[in-house]
Design a protein around this ligand. Sequence first.
Ligand SMILES: NC(=O)c1ccc[n+]([C@@H]2O[C@H](COP(=O)([O-])OP(=O)(O)OC[C@H]3O[C@@H](n4cnc5c(N)ncnc54)[C@H](O)[C@@H]3O)[C@@H](O)[C@H]2O)c1
Length: 265
Amino acid sequence: MGFLAGKRILITGLLSNRSIAYGIAKAMHRQGAELAFTYQNDRFKDRVAKLAADFGSSLIYPLDVQDDAQITGLFEQLGQQWDGLDALVHSIAFAPGEALEGDFLDGLTREAFRISQEVSTYSFPALVKAARPMMQGRNASVLTLSYLGAVRTMPNYNIMGLAKASLEASVRYLAVTLGPEGIRANAISAGPIKTLAASGIGSFGKLLSFNEHNAPLRRNVTIEEVGNAAAFMCSDLASGITGEIMYVDGGFNTTALGNALPLPQ
Ligand SMILES: NC(=O)c1ccc[n+]([C@@H]2O[C@H](COP(=O)([O-])OP(=O)(O)OC[C@H]3O[C@@H](n4cnc5c(N)ncnc54)[C@H](O)[C@@H]3O)[C@@H](O)[C@H]2O)c1
């Protein structure tokens, strides 16, 4: 029996078998969780249904986080299947492509800022707000995905760095708000991984190889490794952890000069 046996978990952001959400679903399924998923729009419905079947799930619901009615509708529909929810995984981000390339200020517009914050940040506490009634009395938890660009500059990450900084702040406010209800809120800050969302970031390949050479583990992390950490974070094994940003990045965030020595003469 896995350490998530008996847990009912909703995973958002599943899009392909490269998605971080796929790695999370894999680990959670292996640990015995019952899973439900969301898909962004009808274009992705069949694809997500097939991926969900890999985890024995036929529970898939539409969710475009820019639509309030879909956020409330999601939990109304889920509530007809499940009498409660033990964990919510938020694995969603988006910013317009022109804001993820080159000069931070050149790419900066009011519209790009609004969209990136709305989709990548607001959606997390908004989903938690709607899920809250289903999470009472079950030692539940919520989890989101962040990146080092929240706290350090990163070439081309630009406006998404601002969104992730705000997302990480939301984790702390959620933790203190939901703590008295026994609900925990955490984030995993993952190292770079080649996914569809990541391919929207300028020169992402270079970022991957820089990370690979400079992380203490001298390699990039996998969606399976992020998944294992997510399974732990949403389990009772992590019952004392909330408000935390946990890095799963081969240790990259802990270095200043990476693997730079010996310095060139
Ligand atoms: N890949 C990386 O290098 C990396 C590193 C750290 C953190 N992250 C974060 O992990 C999370 C998942 O991204 P991924 O890398 O697995 O890529 P992905 O492309 O597989 O997943 C991104 C998901 O966001 C969803 N999405 C976008 N706009 C949406 C909207 N309006 N409504 C609902 N869903 C929407 C997409 O449908 C997709 O499922 C993101 O928050 C990302 O910032 C990724």
